[in-house]
Ligand binder design. Structure first.
Ligand code: AMP
Length: 302
């Protein structure tokens, strides 16, 4: 099953209590693609600048990630920098330099136009909509992420793309902001009226909650002794979730529940190391072993 992701490819500067890197591969689409590629081949659409070298491209090589939709433009690649607090619960953004990303107009290569599973990572909702216009037949699943900036600045455009979205994956603050409801269950009901019938609320160290109009499912964050860098956890969660779902070819309660677990598994591996490093040194065996540990972690009898 073909899985397409559209979103940022970036260089990140990251500071956490465990260390500091000045420039490492990042961006939502990078984390998503590397996580999802453990399940299915991935098609990536994004933009990078002249400073993005063959060495950077090579990180995606040999993993079934098709980069024919990665545009190289004159100028510099999107740069983002952030610093985490001592307990890792807060993040201060130190720099957001859009560079070539400011003029990003996603263009799908012809060979991507039949994509059945699509993830629209956090970008301008108008651009997210333009991606769906370029798809030739109705996708099986459209997943979408967004952020406070778009909820505040482009509410009408966001409403429009939500009408075409089946699975909305956002964090708890964004859920409250989008719905105007503090209670997450009431917020979900509000979201269902906008289009998506599945809401996945990412809650960082508290795991993730899936609210479907017929059932609820909750998954914890994997209890790790050391979190080195939380960057990209949400995007890796989305990659594990959509990758697993696409690998089954079926969307039902059982596959959605398992997708939540694989999302949490991939998110938990990402935060063990800086940047995308852990995702690039990860085996299927490790993924399935951790999924089994999730099963043990959450099973009980009454
Ligand atoms: P997360 O930790 O899930 O918030 O994702 C972090 C990734 O998002 C980093 O690798 C950044 O390069 C990327 N990022 C930061 N700000 C933006 C933005 N405004 N638009 C798109 N991607 C961004």
């Amino acid at each position: 099953m073909s899985l397409l992701v559209v979103g940022s490819v970036a260089f990140d500067g990251i500071e956490t209590p465990y260390g500091k890197v000045d420039r490492t591969l990042g961006g939502a689409a990078s984390y998503f693609a590397l996580a999802a590629s453990h399940f299915v081949p991935v098609r990536l659409v994004g933009i990078v600048g002249e400073d993005f070298t063959e060495k950077d491209r090579a990180i995606f090589h040999g993993r079934g990630i098709d980069l024919s939709g990665l545009e190289h433009a004159p100028g510099k690649t999107f740069f983002w920098a952030g610093r985490y607090s001592q307990n890792m619960n807060e993040r201060t953004t130190l720099a957001t330099e859009l560079n070539v990303f400011a003029n990003f107009r996603p263009t799908l290569p012809d060979s991507f136009a039949d994509s059945a599973y699509i993830f629209l990572a956090n970008i301008d909702p108008t651009l997210q909509r333009s991606v769906l216009h370029q798809v030739r037949r109705k996708p099986k699943v459209v997943g979408l992420d967004t952020m406070n900036y778009w909820i505040e600045r482009t509410p009408a455009e966001l409403r429009e793309i939500l009408k075409h979205t089946q699975i909305l994956m956002i964090n708890d603050d964004e859920t409250r902001q989008l719905s105007g409801e503090h209670n997450l269950m009431r917020a979900a009901r509000h979201v269902f009226k906008m289009g998506p019938k599945t809401l996945v609320i990412k809650r960082g160290e508290h795991g993730a909650l899936m609210v479907h109009n017929r059932f609820l499912f909750s998954v914890p964050a994997f209890p790790l002794e050391e979190v080195h860098d939380p960057t990209g956890a949400g995007d890796s969660f989305a990659g594990g979730f959509m990758g697993y779902l696409a690998s089954t070819g079926r969307v039902n309660e059982q596959t959605l529940r398992r997708a939540m677990v694989y999302g949490s598994v991939l998110g938990s591996f990402t935060v063990e190391r800086f940047g995308v490093e852990r995702l690039t040194h990860l085996t299927r065996r490790e993924i399935h072993a951790r999924a089994r540990r999730f099963a043990h972690l959450t099973t009980f009898t009454l």
